[in-house]
Design a protein. Sequence first.
Length: 228
Amino acid sequence: MLLTKPVGRGAAARKYDILTALGAHALAQGRAEQVLALRLVTLITARYNWGRDELAVGQREIARLWSVDERTVKREMAKLRGRGWLELSRAAARGRVAEYRLGIERLLSDTQDGWDRVGPDFAHRLEGDDTDGKVVPLPVRGDVPPPDLSPGTEWALAQAVLHAEAPGLYASWLRALRRDNRAGGRLTLTAPSRFHAAYVQTHLAVRLLDACRAVDDGVAEVVVIAGP
């Protein structure tokens, strides 16, 4: 299997393999998936520091590179984090942009169906480490299904971020939350019971707000109530 940090001997080939796997996967998908993959490929080739395994670039620069606005950048970066293709290594702070690393294992797992279309040599190279002939299975992320991103709401995208960062916590407490309404900066979610709502509001409110603001900085407050 490809090393999780594409550095050292053979690093150049491994970098191209990662991009090829992503491109082959995207070309067999619909337009939305193709656009997301193209944006990631462009970001990687333009700004990824392979030696440090680091992507450190501001939203304004990404928006200029992608020819979109910063709101779109927030949403697309949230999708990439939700997929596990990008992993947050250091959050943004005043005077400092957020830093990410590639989630190479997850990216390869998600694109594996397209390897044979590139060629048997390519598939063989990614399925096993040619240096010792051993095949190392790609890890997968538990049994927690990822959230549905198709609604495109701030909560759908925030769920993807939460699932990627803490799948166990997401499965236990956050997956059951439903979007109730949005009034200005206030987002209201419903929980299946009063106890559930109280627990989330008491213990996870900051995490919820951070995830929502990561995809939509217009969210100023997240309130959790018990559903009907």
